[in-house]
Design a protein around this ligand. Structure first.
Ligand code: SF4
Length: 437
């Protein structure tokens, strides 16, 4: 999930992008120099990450999925996945895991070409994906380091109860914080946590504003292909930092300007001139052919106005969640409980339906990821239900995260072209395209 900014450099050179690129480079620099700098490292996953808490103990945050995405966008992951398969990992295993295991076998090289540090801690915040647990079992075997698990109950009934919140808070107090104190040698300071959470909430406000700007016609952003860059800092090692606050402030100002001048979204080939189709997309993107995949949309004037993938590391728009410095541990618990893949299928259907209505979308597209069960389970049912409720056409395509063998460009393109024709027919000639200024 997220934001390999080196590649965005070719796409757009707005100040926010340059800032994000510098932030990510500095973070990889810190990670690969951790030992020399005397810093300890925690590996953790994007959904349910406890970045603000880790920073209270001066721990660096290394996110294995982000490393897999970086390798995917650099076209390295295919080889790493095949290496992992030769080591005995089945074809059906999540390809983030195999890209990471394959990379580990080759010395765990970071995007800056230097070796990643051996983690001092594996912090598993379990928010709905069973694979995360198996993945850390493999890393624990390799690194033999301290492992802590925060068990987050699934929102089976579509709501967070007081018991669920209390259960997570108790684990934070009794298990997670003592382990972080022990690994880091630093005592927990709740005021330090409050300060990070205040910055998180400030950045979250601006992120939501940016995502909701897609309600404009034309939309000034693409909330999927552009959106994966926008969620980068907040979903990774920067939530709760001043850098993230500044990044989102800067991004918001840039989008405000785009709206004022009536511009559509930025694409790798410049501004989109005519917005012909407004889509909601469910499911993660394909990373190995990310640019080709995006081109299939903007060549047809298709703009994604809302996506569920941009909620995978935190849902901030749907029910207004913000990290709260007045309720520090409770809001960390609610953040974990509210992650997209920790929500049941009826809630996900309601979310997509609401996006379709609020963003006046022409249809919903599901990108079903071959090796991601957390997203893929139930997607056909969800698609049919949203179609039934909204009367808008839906389509289903299949790709993979970082395994290039499962991206068939011709098939995806054909499917998308037929889908756009279907939307045209359904409109019956109505719904004129929005032309950017
Ligand atoms: S199965 Fe899906 S949610 Fe789980 S680790 Fe893999 S990509 Fe992430």
């Amino acid at each position: 999930m997220s934001t390999p900014s080196e590649h965005r450099e070719e796409i757009v050179k707005e100040p926010s992008m340059l800032k994000q690129k510098a932030m990510i480079a500095a973070n990889y620099d810190r990670l690969t120099r951790a030992k020399e700098l005397g810093l300890k490292v925690s590996s953790t996953y994007v959904p349910g990450n406890l970045n603000e808490l880790l920073m209270c103990f001066d721990l660096l945050n290394n996110l294995p999925e982000i490393n897999a995405i970086q390798n995917g966008m650099r076209k390295q992951s295919g080889r790493l996945i095949m290496d992992a398969e030769k080591m005995g990992h089945s074809e059906d295993v999540c390809t983030y895991v195999k890209a990471d295991i394959g990379n580990m076998a080759k010395g765990a090289i970071a995007p800056n070409g230097k070796p990643m540090p051996v983690p001092d801690l594996l912090l598993l915040s379990y928010t709905g994906c069973f694979t995360f647990m198996k993945w850390f079992e493999l890393l624990r075997e390799e690194y033999d380091c301290r492992t802590v698990m925060l068990h987050v109950p699934y929102q089976g009934d579509g709501r967070i109860t007081d018991n669920m919140r209390d259960y997570v808070v108790k684990q934070l107090k009794d298990e997670v914080i003592p382990a972080l104190e022990e690994v880091s040698g630093i005592r927990f300071d709740i005021d330090r946590l409050r300060e990070h959470l205040r910055k998180s909430a400030e950045a979250e406000d601006d992120l939501v504003w940016v995502l909701e700007s897609a309600k404009n016609r034309p939309s000034p952003i693409d909330a999927y292909f552009g959106g994966v860059y926008y969620i980068g800092p907040i979903f990774t090692a920067f939530r709760g930092t001043e850098d993230a606050v500044e990044y989102y402030r800067m991004l918001r100002a840039e989008i405000e300007e785009r709206i004022a001048s009536g511009k559509g979204p930025v694409t790798p080939e410049g501004d989109l001139e005519v917005e012909k189709y407004r889509l909601v997309v469910e499911g993660p993107p394909n990373w190995t052919s990310f640019r080709d995949f995006w081109k299939m949309f903007y060549d047809e004037g298709a703009v994604v106005v809302a996506s569920t993938y941009t909620k995978v590391g935190g849902v901030y728009d749907y029910d207004g969640f913000r990290h709260d410095p007045e309720r520090p541990l409770e809001s960390l618990a609610e953040y974990c409980l509210g992650c997209y893949t920790n929500r049941n299928l009826p809630t996900r259907v309601d979310m997509i339906q609401r996006y379709m209505e609020d963003y006046e979308a022409d249809g919903v597209l599901v990108n079903s990821i071959k090796s991601c069960n957390s997203f893929s389970a139930g997607q056909l049912m969800m698609m049919r239900e949203v179609e039934r409720r909204t009367g808008k056409p839906a389509a289903f395509i299949e790709t993979d995260l970082v395994d290039p063998r499962y991206f068939s460009a011709a098939n995806v393109k054909n499917r998308l072209e037929s889908y756009f024709q279907m939307i045209d027919q359904k409109r019956g000639g109505g719904g004129s395209p929005a032309r950017a200024a």
